[in-house]
Design a protein around this ligand. Structure first.
Ligand code: ZN
Length: 298
């Protein structure tokens, strides 16, 4: 079990400090992706945080789509105040009991695919849909603490769907600056590690998003590799980076979007991390940092 992560919730000051290091890296990075990884300055100045004085509620606060803030939350304050992020927690807790709905065919680009799938689970039965949900809420809290408007594609972990095309459509309707689908893989037990999936060229579908999505994918990859303690996948992809043209959630997106397969739930080492609440906080820090880096590219 990892012992390096703090056991309690991270303070706002800590989160702001994390973003401050992103800002300094961004400022120092006049040539894109030219900054060496792991060069966080130690003299980073804290950024002003949200001034609502109250911690965000736990997980039941879907972002307010399209209201532009001013709805009681911290949205709009902070360095990410004009940015909109859609976080898509993969699968859903009710999918297994709704085969007719989730097996229905929906547009997925040039072809159709099933509306959704059930997802995987660890050997001890921790379900991927639950992990995806818990992690997504943590990432949302962090980005909102820096002022971003964050929309989740589902309201809780007890429903069905939405279908993959609808998940993409939410990002489109929001005009999101970035969208990320959070998943955990169900690979071979002997293989571990994470990988980022970026959209490949699908004429008429992804032409407009492949380049910004590549940058988004590289930023999340770098931050997650530095911050999560999970290595890049050793059983697929290429140093943790993959490009696919068969995923409806990417093909149907009109905004920069990637999938993050945060680890392999069937691998004991990865599963032990995923089942650790303190690690999930650590992983959320890394994902939020990667998203913030991308958003600050301007
Ligand atoms: Zn999944």
């Amino acid at each position: 079990m990892p012992v390096s992560a703090p056991s309690g919730p991270r303070s706002r000051a800590t989160r702001a400090l994390a973003l401050a290091s992103v800002l300094l890296l961004t400022a120092a990075c006049s040539s894109p992706s030219g900054a060496p990884p792991g060069s966080d300055p130690t003299a980073a100045l804290p950024l002003p945080g949200p001034e609502d004085g109250a911690d965000a509620p736990d997980g039941d606060d879907r972002g307010a789509p399209g209201d532009g803030g001013g709805n009681g939350g911290p949205v709009g304050d902070g360095p990410l105040g004009d940015r909109v992020v859609v976080i898509d927690p993969g699968h859903n807790g009710g999918n297994a009991d709704a085969p007719d709905e989730i097996n229905a065919m929906v547009p997925a680009g040039p072809n159709e695919k099933a509306c959704d799938t059930v997802g995987t689970e660890t050997a001890s039965g921790y379900a991927e849909h639950e992990f995806n949900w818990e992690l997504s809420v943590l990432v949302k809290e962090r980005l909102e603490a820096d002022g971003a408007t964050v929309v989740l594609t589902r309201e809780d972990d007890g429903g069905v769907g939405p279908c993959i095309n609808e998940r993409a459509e939410i990002g489109n309707e929001e005009g999101a600056d970035a969208a990320v689908s959070l998943h955990a893989d169900g690979g071979p037990e002997s293989g571990r590690g994470f990988h980022v999936i970026m959209p490949g060229e699908v004429e008429g579908f992804t032409d407009d998003i492949t380049e910004p999505s590549r940058l988004l994918g590289e930023d999340i990859h770098r931050a997650y590799l530095e911050g999560s303690d999970v290595p890049t996948a050793d059983y697929l992809a290429d140093d943790g980076l993959d490009v696919r043209t068969d995923l409806g959630g990417l093909n149907m997106s009109d905004v920069p979007k990637v999938f993050l397969e945060t680890g392999n739930m069937r691998n004991p080492e990865d599963a032990a991390l995923m089942e650790d609440p303190a690690w999930r906080e650590q992983a959320a820090d890394a994902i939020a940092r990667g998203l913030a880096f991308y958003l600050m590219r301007g």
